[in-house]
Design a protein around this ligand. Sequence first.
Ligand code: HEC
Length: 179
Amino acid sequence: MNMRLPILLILLCLAGCRAAATTDLAFAREVTDAFAAELQQALAGAMAQGGPVAAVSVCRDQAPEIASSVSARYGVSVGRVSDRLRNPANAATAWQAEGLALFAAEDAGAPRLEYLTQADDERRYMRAIRIAPLCTTCHGDTIPEAVAAALAVDYPHDAARGYRQGDLRGALYVSWSAL
Ligand code: HEC
């Protein structure tokens, strides 16, 4: 039997698998960039226009809307998760909790920025979110009183406070069916 054929097949598979993985990663990054940019634009716009108190309700209403519209546009599921939640609707699923745990475990040394994995027919990607100066107005340890009052109305069980600049806040995720 010709031994070259199996070797060729293995090489083809390796090349093919690598190409698929690169494509998955590039796609996941593109979707995440779009999602992050739209979130940031909505937040910065709301802060500039109405200040942080008004921006609380913009975050509440627009964050889920932006997630739905980006999901529909790309045919994926996108969202934000954290292990310290403001909105319980953003709770992590099992695979997302694994990603969050990885980010947290590697936070001290060389922090991990992204995570791509797959399960049978689903591709799964996460990108770590860190606290920037802007975020501490609503997630820091000295939240202005009026902002705290607005948050208390919508989020009585808010655990997403007390963060400092650079802290790991959670992650953006993208998942999609690879079938
Ligand atoms: C004006 C106040 C405000 C600012 C500023 C703000 N957030 Fe939030 N954040 C919120 C509100 C309100 C929610 C809940 C949104 C919802 O109901 O889905 C939220 C939710 C989140 C979530 C989803 C997880 C959860 O706890 O529900 C993440 C992640 C997050 N914020 C990160 C950030 C980051 C990073 C920044 C800075 C770039 C930031 N936020 C700035 C008000 C704010």
